[in-house]
Design a protein around this ligand. Structure first.
Ligand code: FA5
Length: 352
């Protein structure tokens, strides 16, 4: 083979490399033209090697350098092309994956919290800021905690006030959050307590505008030496004013609970008629929101406290009633009907 033919072959291979449009073409050229059995190696370089063998000694050096030049020329051309094609591929990929950040996002319309949980969280915040602890108790409760430790033995007529869902003779869905009082006192008898306990409660009440068979209460219990009715009254006044502001009228009405003595209820002027009397408040102008009183000495004793040293106050507030009175909701069932139109009305209110 003549030198000129080899040069033509080299420039043909370089041209083939230059014409490659993608990495795959380049690899094909490499396999076909640059492999050990390829034309370049088997014909061109082998031809040159033969020339070296037969060439006079002074020519050998020149031919050796020529072989190296051909090899590096072709490899350089190949490497440069490979870099160019890789960059091209990278750019194509980037283009494919390009995200248009100016496009509007998907519209997931944000919901809003149920007013019950807004009130519950607000009450928790209010009491924890005054140093109260927050406890929880079981919703499936033992008769012993739900009634007996609260001074309400079997056959006590006050059990009728809280018609219950029994699971078996001793187990029921708790009718109020007051069993958490007993559970907390029994944990560390004769030590001061300042706690609240929010949670669900259940009664076999017929559902109407202000009654539901499942509702939420928040229990409050304070036990220490020297606790008296004035502490309870001022705590309730602060609490009610925090929830309703100063405009609503609040009434303390004597009542009866077996676990407190004396006992009373707190009534708040109706949001619907502002005290005049309407369907919602059954013509009374007021709605009862909580029961309260001084912890009965029997309860203190049964829960391991020395009732000659310790005294306490307690109350249990209905969260639905607070929310109804605060936001003017006319029917307690709306809280559970899962109607977004109802919840949407509070969206702006809860953003404030
Ligand atoms: C009790 O449940 C007592 N455990 C409260 C208590 C605690 C008194 C500590 C003394 C010391 P009462 O049954 O009145 O009390 O219920 C308290 C509040 O729960 C009521 O004022 C009312 O706001 C709410 N409530 C009661 N029954 C229902 C019902 N069926 N649906 C919605 N809310 C209710």
């Amino acid at each position: 083979m003549e030198l000129a033919e080899i040069e033509a072959l080299v420039s043909k291979i370089k041209q083939d490399i230059e014409c490659c449009e993608c990495l795959k073409d380049l690899v094909d050229v490499k396999n076909e033209q640059l492999g050990k059995k390829s034309t370049f190696f088997s014909v061109a370089l082998e031809g040159l090697n033969q020339m070296i063998r037969t060439a006079p000694i002074e020519e050998k050096k020149k031919l050796g350098a020529l072989i190296n030049k051909f090899k590096t020329d072709v490899l350089d051309c190949y490497n440069k092309k490979e870099i160019v094609l890789k960059e091209k591929l990278e750019l194509e990929k980037l283009k494919e994956e390009e995200i248009d950040i100016s496009l509007p996002g998907n519209d997931y319309s944000a919901g809003s919290k149920n007013p019950l949980f807004v009130i519950r969280d607000e009450i928790i915040k209010f009491f924890t800021s005054l140093g109260y602890d927050v406890y929880a108790g079981p919703e499936v409760e033992n008769d012993h905690y739900n009634f007996e430790l609260l001074n309400t033995p079997k056959d006590h007529p006050a059990r009728d006030m809280q018609d219950s869902f029994y699971i078996d003779e001793r187990t029921l869905l708790r009718t109020h959050t007051s069993p958490v009082q007993a559970r907390t006192m029994l944990k560390n008898p004769n030590t001061p307590i300042k706690m609240i306990a929010p949670g669900k409660t259940y009664r076999r009440d017929d559902d109407d505008l202000t009654h539901s068979h499942q509702f939420m209460q928040i229990e409050c219990l304070v036990v220490d030496e020297g606790i008296n009715l004035a502490h309870l009254k001022s705590t309730l006044e602060k609490f009610m004013h925090h929830i309703f502001g100063m405009k609503r009228t609040i009434k303390f009405v004597p009542s009866y609970f077996p676990f407190t003595e004396p006992s009373f209820e707190v009534n708040v002027s109706c949001a619907n008629c502002h005290g005049k009397g309407c369907n919602m408040c059954k013509g009374t102008g007021y709605i009862e929101v909580l029961g309260a009183g001084m912890v009965h000495p029997n309860v203190l004793r049964m829960c391991g406290y020395d009732d000659t040293r310790f005294s306490g106050f307690a109350f249990g507030v209905g969260v639905e009633r607070l929310a109804m009175l605060r936001y003017g909701i006319d029917d307690i069932r709306r809280f559970y009907q899962n109607d977004v139109r109802f919840l949407k009305q509070f969206k702006e209110e809860f953003r404030k």
